[in-house]
Design a binder for this molecule. Structure first.
Ligand code: G3P
Ligand code: MG
Length: 236
């Protein structure tokens, strides 16, 4: 299993803390500072449009109220997502990333009950939006979503995402033909690193904002770090 062009440092939610999360301003911040890779979260709007947002509800990151999955596009894309930014559609975000040669981790973040539909929608659009497969990694906490991607986009690499990987993570990863394991930094143990290394599975971990902690994880064998503070970690 290999992940060509995997950056060691990946900016979390587009721009980390440099801009409102999951916005084009975040992508622009990453681009202007020369950060090579970004992660963002993709959910469906009430009209089924894939867009960049983390929470199922609008309150934390926008001036809207209620559930993303029940908000029509006309309302959703008029909201303020911070500093005058709008919630981006997936097609806009990928176009900007492609234009500037960013490596992308697209995390499928389905609203409850929409795992299959969200993955099906992304799968239907991705070959047009992002035809090459080397600079993109698709990930999800949702195994049903990853199964859809495995069926529909077998040539696009998949990352299996956990908070803490369960004992049978390698079995699940193989069943999904996934290329990488992603987990919370607190779940990185010597045993996990040894198993991942023995089976040549790249381990990516989130969310690490302190340079010393990031350096130590990389030294121990973690392949990449998701961070909100790429400004502190870009030298690693
Ligand atoms: O993909 C890594 C990380 O983004 C997973 O956690 O909640 O920030 O999407 P979350
Ligand atoms: Mg995420």
């Amino acid at each position: 299993m290999s992940l060509p062009r995997l950056p060691r440092i990946i900016t979390h939610r587009c721009g980390g803390s440099l801009a409102p999360e999951n916005t084009l301003a975040g992508l622009r911040a990453s681009i202007s500072r020369g950060y090579p890779g970004v992660e963002f979260d993709v959910m469906l709007s009430g009209d089924g449009t894939p867009c960049l947002i983390h929470d199922e509800t609008l309150e934390r990151t926008t001036n809207g109220h209620g559930r993303v999955a029940r908000t029509p596009d006309a309302e959703l894309f008029a909201l303020d997502a911070g500093a005058g930014e709008r919630i981006p559609r997936l097609d806009e975000a990928l176009a900007l990333c492609a234009e500037h040669g960013l490596w992308v981790n697209l995390e499928i973040k389905p609203a409850r009950g929409q795992d299959v539909r969200t993955a099906e929608t992304v799968a239907a659009h991705l070959p047009t939006l992002w035809p090459g497969t080397d600079n993109i990694l698709l990930s999800s906490f949702s195994i049903p979503a990853l199964k859809v991607l495995q069926q529909r986009l077998p040539h696009y690499r998949r990352g299996l995402l956990y908070d803490t990987p369960p004992a049978d993570w390698l079995h699940e990863l193989r069943a999904l033909e996934a290329s990488s394991l992603h987990c919370a930094a607190k779940a990185v143990s010597d045993a996990l690193l040894a198993t991942a290394s023995a089976h040549a599975v790249p381990l990516l971990c989130y969310t690490v904002n302190q340079p010393q902690a990031a350096q130590e994880l990389l030294r121990r064998g973690v392949s990449a770090i998701f961070t909100d503070r790429p400004d502190r970690l870009s030298h690693l």
